[in-house]
Design a protein around this ligand. Structure first.
Ligand code: GLU
Length: 322
């Protein structure tokens, strides 16, 4: 007897018939009551001034279709989302063996800027996405490139297919003025000999990297390389080996959304990276990338309405990695 393929065909049909635009519009309406309940990041003065009511979302499929809603084309400060790019670069520069000698790959379970954890783990940050880990990653980029900030910028511009993307010097300066915790983390790392370059050069490059100003469309375009097993569709270049893409994607799933990662993955079911500018970029391998921006954060630093929007997206579409 022939096997029954009915369910398979039903699933396929559901995906082909998906009206992403209508779904984004529904989500936009449904998150409205939640948007004002978040709090903008107060410790970087420039970010504290961003209007709470902004909301944008974009979906970019591997078939080349783009869907947007709200403020999807408005630039914002991507902050820690940039750590997905810098990890990609560092991995390309020095490979896995050397990289994992200096940074761990476990969820932190602690706030992203915790000093305590770094001390009791002897200067080896728990993962590359908490601030201490990201500082080590920036140190690797500095050691391996003539002009590190330009290297980061060129990489992001190429992956997003947008030469206009730039750092926001005001945001970087604003963070530098109040960046006491990051400065403490960098000094700590130096005391454990886990920085090769000067504390100042690492901090300056880190603040610039975090200040990258991008919109949801740029982010979904660049995150297609993670959804596409390391191949960036815009350049046709294999940016990461399939194996490295698998590893970075796994880290985004387990460590990409701060110490709320368990709750985030439970609700959303996708790997992704968030930033305290209110952006979250996520993706479904083999299918699409999706980015949302809403500056109001929850107590862990993830966008409050953004997390809800992604939860609604995977619920309404029935698409996640599970
Ligand atoms: N530049 C921010 C900081 O270092 C990034 C934090 C984030 O987005 O998680 O505090």
């Amino acid at each position: 007897m022939l096997p029954d393929y009915t369910d398979y065909f039903l699933v396929k049909k559901r995906e082909i018939a998906m009206d992403f635009q209508a779904i984004l519009e529904e989500i936009h309406k449904e998150v409205q009551p939640v948007i004002s309940h978040g709090k903008v990041a107060g410790y970087i003065p420039k970010l504290a001034a961003v209007p709470l009511e902004k909301f944008g979302m974009a979906v970019q499929t591997l078939d080349g279709d783009l869907f947007t809603v709200g403020d999807a084309a408005e630039n914002f400060s991507i902050q820690s989302i940039s750590k997905a790019y810098s990890l990609t670069l560092a991995l390309k520069f020095i490979g896995e063996d050397r990289l994992w000698q200096r940074v761990g790959r476990e969820p932190s379970g602690n706030p992203f800027n915790s000093l305590v954890q770094l001390e009791y783990e002897n200067g080896i940050p728990r993962n590359p996405f908490i601030n201490a880990g990201a500082l080590v990653i920036v140190d690797i980029i500095i050691s391996n490139s003539k002009n590190p900030s330009q290297t980061i910028l060129d990489f992001v511009r190429q992956r997003s297919n947008n030469p206009e993307i730039d750092f926001d010097a005001d945001v970087a300066a604003s963070e530098k003025k109040t960046g006491f915790r990051n400065s403490a983390l960098a000094n700590f790392l130096k005391s454990y000999a886990n920085l090769e370059n000067s504390v100042d050069s690492v901090l300056n490059t880190y603040f610039l990297q975090c200040s990258l100003s991008m919109n949801c469309i740029d982010l979904t375009k660049s995150f297609l390389m993670f959804a596409n097993h390391g191949l960036s569709p815009w350049s046709g270049k294999q940016i990461l080996s399939e194996s490295h893409a698998k590893r970075i994607n796994s880290l985004m799933l387990t460590c990409g959304t701060y110490d709320a990662v368990g709750d985030f993955v439970y609700r959303v079911g996708l790997p992704g990276k968030s930033g305290i500018g209110g952006g979250i970029a996520a993706f479904i391998p083999g299918k699409l990338s999706v980015c949302v921006w809403s500056p109001g954060l929850n107590s862990h630093g993830n966008s409050l309405a953004g997390t809800l929007a992604l939860e609604l997206f995977t619920t309404k579409t029935g698409m996640s990695i599970f």
